[in-house]
Design a protein around this ligand. Structure first.
Ligand SMILES: CC(C)(COP(=O)(O)OP(=O)(O)OC[C@H]1O[C@@H](n2cnc3c(N)ncnc32)[C@H](O)[C@@H]1OP(=O)(O)O)[C@@H](O)C(=O)NCCC(=O)NCCS
Length: 139
C-alpha cells in the first residue's frame, strides 16, 4: 500500500489516538486514558504503531514485547478504511518489530464474539488455541 505510512506514536499523538479508539476499536481497555497511553510510549517508544493515510490516522496496533512474550493489542482500523489491507500492513510491521527483537511467537487476545477479528487474525496466519482462559486481577 504505497500511500500508507506506518510510524511510531509519540506523546503528541495521545489525544488523537484516544479519539480514534473510541470510534474504531472494539470495546475499551482499562488503560484507555492519557496516562495509560503515555506510560506505554515512555516505557517503550516503539510499541504503538500508527498507520496514516494522507496524514490522517487510519489504524493502530500496539506491538508489545517485554523480553519474553510478543503481544499485539489494540488492532483497530477506521470504519471508513476497512478491507483495504491496513490491519494486514500493521500486523506485518508489528511482526517485523518482534522478529528484530528476537521474539518467537505473537499472542493476541480476541473476543469470542468478534467474528470479523477472527477472520482478520486467521487471514494473517494466526491460530486460535482453545485450551486457555484469561485470568485477571485489577491492581
Ligand atoms: C478487525 C479489523 C482491524 C480489520 O481491519 P482491516 O484493515 O479491515 O483488515 P484487512 O483489510 O487487512 O483484512 C485482511 C483480511 O482479513 C479478513 N477480514 C477482514 N475484515 C473482514 C470482515 N469484515 N469479514 C470477513 N473477513 C474479513 C479478510 O480475509 C481480509 O482480506 P480480504 O479483504 O483480501 O478478503 C477492523 O475490522 C477493525 O478495526 N475492527 C474493529 C476493532 C477490532 O475488532 N479489532 C480487533 C481486535 S482483536
Amino acid at each position: 500500500m504505497s500511500d500508507l505510512h506506518i510510524r511510531h506514536a509519540t506523546l503528541a499523538d495521545i489525544d488523537t489516538v484516544l479519539r480514534f479508539w473510541r470510534e474504531a476499536a472494539e470495546g475499551t481497555s482499562i488503560s484507555d486514558d492519557h496516562d495509560g497511553v503515555a506510560r506505554l510510549i515512555v516505557r517503550d517508544p516503539e510499541a504503538l504503531l500508527l498507520a496514516e493515510r494522507d496524514g490522517l490516522l487510519a489504524g493502530t496496533v500496539i506491538a508489545g514485547f517485554d523480553g519474553w512474550r510478543c503481544s499485539a493489542y489494540r488492532l483497530a482500523v477506521h470504519p471508513g478504511h476497512r478491507r483495504q489491507g491496513i490491519a494486514t500492513a500493521l500486523l506485518e510491521a508489528a511482526e517485523r518489530r518482534f522478529a528484530a527483537l528476537g521474539g518467537r511467537r505473537v499472542d493476541a487476545m480476541v473476543l469470542e464474539a468478534n467474528e470479523r477479528a477472527h477472520h482478520t487474525w486467521d487471514a494473517a496466519g494466526y491460530q486460535r488455541e482453545d485450551h486457555w482462559r484469561r485470568w485477571v486481577k485489577p491492581l
